[in-house]
Write a protein that binds this ligand. Structure first.
Ligand code: A3D
Length: 320
């Protein structure tokens, strides 16, 4: 059987890291696409040259021609611009919307059967726009944010408790942004919910609240430290986990920006929810019941995403 084909649209910081991870994990052959001639070719060759040392069998090709993504099984989209210090994700809307149009048309023409994972910010609005421009089925287009946000939450919690992060699970809902909703009662250490751990004296409510806030601000913390660009190692790892679940039909339960039609009282809207990712793409939306406070936070988050989607429609008439 031929190896799967993984097209990475955008060969910047995340794109290059995605290519390296996909090759090391032997998920398939990699096409690295960018409009910046030389960058995708250079990164592909550099990573391919690590193959003999690392011992992976995967071919890598850099390109500026959409024809090269033909027949891709997975497309991961990072094309666009990242944040600079002081910028919010929403400041990227206008410029990245134009990029989504070009990318969506490229995917529609060349890789209409692919499972598409969007990473470009502002995430929830860009994945919606990318789906509109590409015309692919909703179940085949999703956005990476929840895996990253919950990984950040898990990392901070494991640090606080002094336990292996393997035993920490975390649950986040809502848009990728300042309004994301980390759900403490569904986040656990070896099955023990965080509110119980507070009662057991493992931490205090104040410390837990600070960790929740640090998770919400996780992207900005890295933007501030780097001074130029945004996080890329953890975002790439998170998207690779989603791609692997699709390619291997693992049916992992992963939070991602998915099209929700019916669940959570939403009709036809992209927002961060727990999903099952398998060979059918987003195979299921996992709907949990929310407390009054959680519902209020979720509604606020959905409201923020709705505002961005409306702004997209205002910028590009074809999205009306
Ligand atoms: P960067 O290193 O600048 O790479 C972006 C690449 O996109 C550059 O190589 C550009 O040349 C390329 N590009 C621009 N326009 C096009 C186009 N029309 N077609 C193809 N390629 C194009 O950025 P990055 O890799 O650090 O980040 C990429 C995106 O991911 C940004 O929008 C970030 O804000 C976003 N991001 C999202 C998360 C999430 O958790 C959702 C996390 C981190 C970054």
């Amino acid at each position: 059987m031929a190896r799967p084909k993984i097209a990475l649209i955008g060969a910047g910081q995340i794109g290059g890291t995605l290519a390296h991870l996909a090759a090391i994990k032997e998920l398939g052959d990699v096409i690295l696409f960018d409009i910046q001639d030389g960058t995708p070719q250079g990164k592909s060759l550099d990573i391919a040259e690590s193959g003999p040392v690392e011992g992976f069998d995967a071919s890598l090709k850099g390109t500026t021609d959409y024809a090269d993504i033909a027949g891709a099984d997975v497309c991961i989209v990072t094309a666009g611009v990242p944040r600079k210090p002081g910028m919010s994700r929403d400041d990227l809307l206008g410029i990245n919307l134009k990029v989504m149009k070009a990318v969506g048309e490229g995917i529609r023409a060349n890789a209409p059967d692919a499972f598409v994972i969007c990473i470009t910010n502002p995430l929830d609005a860009m994945v919606w726009a990318l789906r509109e421009f590409s015309g692919l089925p909703h179940a085949k287009v999703c956005g990476m944010a929840g895996v990253l946000d919950s990984a950040r939450f898990r990392h901070f919690l494991a640090d606080e408790f002094g336990v292996s992060m393997k035993d920490v699970t975390a649950f986040v809902l809502g848009g990728h942004g300042d309004t994301m909703v980390p759900l403490t009662r569904y986040s656990t250490v070896a099955g023990i919910p965080l509110p119980d751990l507070v009662k057991m004296g493992w931490t205090t409510q104040e410390k837990l609240d600070a960790i929740v806030q640090r998770t919400r601000d996780g992207g900005a913390e890295i933007v501030g430290l780097l001074g130029n660009g945004s996080a890329y190692y953890a975002p790439a790892t998170s998207a690779i986990q989603m791609a692997e679940s699709y390619l291997k039909d693992q049916k992992r339960v992963l939070p991602c920006a998915a099209y929700v039609d019916g669940a959570y009282g939403l009709n036809g809207f992209y927002v961060g929810v727990p999903t099952v990712i398998g060979a059918g793409g987003i195979e299921r939306i996992v709907e949990i019941s929310l407390s009054k406070d959680e519902q209020a936070m979720f509604d606020k988050s959905v409201g923020a995403v709705k505002g961005l989607v409306e702004a997209c429609k205002g910028i590009d008439e074809s999205l009306g």
